[in-house]
Design a protein around this ligand. Structure first.
Ligand code: ZN
Length: 287
């Protein structure tokens, strides 16, 4: 069960910019016992009027916001935190329009905040094991292209779902066998059971060292046993609902960030740690 972190908790813990800055300082530098410069055991105090802390002896300064998504932003830190909160409690995502309304900032500013926050959802490199369902889907475009050839107008996404586990999903240029197999090799442990439908790009997975089960949507008994891709299909429908409902249309250039966001939400359902607090801990930009 996911522990609830409510707006009441948020307002109590983060009443102002100072509380937010202190949280980032504590998370990044709370472990520091000695000053990196004078090496004395020190307490760092907040420098008045500046977003930094200083050593009580030598004045060595630490800027907790450096290298974070908040760096050099003119938006108040509390607004950033509140945006993180909105993303953390939303099921279907938070549009820039919504942030613009809630924060009272310009659309451009709201869009930038959302874009930075979405960087925090980046998928990790953990390998999938157990039984993994694999399926691909297509987003956008005006015409329903033939499967695998819809790339004139649509963007393809390849998804991998570990049963009762986590999901990974990658935006791809196409759904050729070589493209899909490269993703599988990068994300799945060799030797485990893979389930796909009978799309030809999945042919030959056995030769790569996996056990390959296929289903046929045309046959009645396709959910029998382990041979189904219901998990990943459920994820696709949630993703599509959210993209068409909240984000309306997403440019292929940014689609991976949106996919990451929904993968993150889906995967977090297994954790008891509130998403908001997890995001606050992850604000340092990855190189
Ligand atoms: Zn010092």
């Amino acid at each position: 069960m996911v522990e609830k972190f409510t707006i009441k908790d948020f307002n109590r813990m983060y009443p102002d910019d100072k509380a937010c800055l202190n949280e980032v300082f504590k998370n990044r530098y709370g472990h520091l016992k000695a000053c990196p410069q004078c090496k004395k055991e020190t307490k760092f105090y907040k420098v008045k009027g500046r977003k930094c802390y200083a050593c009580q002896y030598c004045g060595y300064q630490i800027s907790p916001l450096a290298d974070t998504i908040f760096h050099k932003s003119s938006t108040s830190l509390r607004n950033w935190f509140y945006s993180l909160y909105l993303f953390s409690v939303s099921k279907n995502g938070v549009s820039a329009k919504e942030l613009e309304r809630q924060l009272g900032v310009t659309y451009k500013c709201a869009w930038r905040i959302a874009k930075q926050i979405r960087l925090l959802f980046k998928q990790n490199k953990e390998l999938l094991s157990d039984i993994v369902e694999i399926d691909e889907t297509y987003i956008g475009g005006k015409h329903r292209g033939k499967r695998g050839r819809g790339s004139e107008n649509k963007t393809s996404i390849v998804g991998l779902a570990q049963r009762k586990g986590i999901i990974k999903a990658k935006v791809t240029k196409n759904t050729k066998s070589s493209t899909i197999k490269a993703i599988i090799k990068d994300n799945v442990e060799i030797g485990i059971d893979l389930v796909t439908d009978e799309y030809r790009s999945y042919n030959g997975l056995g030769k790569l060292g996996f056990k390959h089960f296929t289903i046929n949507h045309g046959e009645e008994k396709w959910v029998e046993g382990i041979a189904h891709v219901n998990t990943i299909e459920g994820f696709w429908s949630q993703l599509k609902r959210s993209i068409s409902g909240t984000y309306h249309c997403v440019s292929p250039k940014y689609l991976q960030h949106y996919v990451d966001e929904f993968v993150y939400r889906y995967n977090h359902r297994l954790s008891s740690f509130p998403i908001f607090q997890k995001l606050v801990l992850a604000v340092v930009k990855q190189a």
